[in-house]
Design a protein around this ligand. Structure first.
Ligand SMILES: Nc1ncnc2c1ncn2[C@@H]1O[C@H](COP(=O)(O)OP(=O)(O)OP(=O)(O)O)[C@@H](O)[C@H]1O
Length: 252
């Protein structure tokens, strides 16, 4: 059985269908890039994986069970911006990543000492030990995103969800972040879902690239049909296209 199994997911808000008939099986350790037109439901799909929302129809399982509703226990998440706590120092942001794992969200005694040690190891890994006592506002965009990824990873999630994590960065910093993310991945067996608007980035980092699109489209009622996965590219072998959704049901 696949590590992440998404079976016939539909999501609608009111009478607006956002995604429909989404099926995908993902192995542990796979890196899945997600691309698609703006507003086609990519972030909605991530929220469903994160169990922030329940699908209108269909089922998701992670390691054989439904996704847990507590944050950060099994899934870390990084958004394009605002993923870190501005009122905490860099080190305390990483400790907060571990504290999420506890029932009440805070640590004391030996657990806190262990969390501080883990935070210092992560600071070294993400190259931020020299700014451990600074606040996020004093860091560059690339450093803030490294911190956000480090924070999501201190909880040792088995699934990492990245929603356009490098979208706000300049091209040079973006390349550095690619190298950083690939290094981190080589050290863990995390399963990653990353939404990106950058196809090149999707193919470079992903083992697979999923394309979300609307195969059914009613020009008189654009909200009638939702998007689904129309392509599942194997990016490991040069991206040979494998079209899984072929029907052309444009309504005129
Ligand atoms: N909670 C909600 N209630 C109502 N509509 C919503 C809600 N969340 C998202 N939507 C709508 O669902 C659609 C899909 O949004 P979503 O953010 O998932 O798209 P996206 O593909 O990630 O877009 P982008 O690439 O621009 O970030 C949008 O039209 C959005 O307005």
């Amino acid at each position: 059985m696949s590590f992440v199994s998404v079976r016939n997911i539909w999501q609608a808000y009111g009478d607006r269908s956002i995604i429909e008939r989404v099926n995908v099986e993902v192995d542990q350790g796979e890196f899945i890039s997600i691309v698609g037109a703006s507003g086609c439901g990519k972030s909605t799909f991530l929220r469903l994986l994160l169990a922030q929302e329940r699908p209108t129809r269909g089922e998701i399982s992670i390691d054989g069970g439904p996704p847990a509703v507590e944050p950060n226990v099994e899934r870390g998440v990084v958004f394009q911006r605002y993923s870190v706590f501005p009122h905490l120092t860099v080190r305390d942001n990483l400790i907060a990543g571990t504290a999420f794992k506890t029932r009440f969200g805070f640590l004391r005694g030996a657990a806190r000492r262990q969390a501080m040690q883990d935070a210092d190891e992560m600071l070294a890994r993400i190259g931020l030990n020299h700014v451990a006592d600074q606040y996020p506002a004093s860091l560059s965009g690339g450093m803030q995103q490294r911190l956000a990824i480090g924070q999501a990873m201190t909880a040792k999630p088995r699934v990492l969800l990245l929603d356009e994590p490098f979208g706000a960065l300049d091209p040079g910093t973006r390349l550095q972040m690619h190298a950083f993310l690939m290094e981190l991945r080589a050290l863990t067996n995390m399963t990653v879902f990353m939404v990106t608007h950058d196809l090149e980035e999707g193919f470079k980092l992903g083992d697979r690239v999923l394309v979300f699109d609307k195969p059914r489209w009613d020009p008189h009622d654009p909200g009638l049909f939702g998007a689904t996965i129309t392509y599942d590219f194997d990016a490991r072998n040069g991206g040979i296209p494998h079209q899984i959704q072929t029907e052309d049901t444009h309504v005129s």
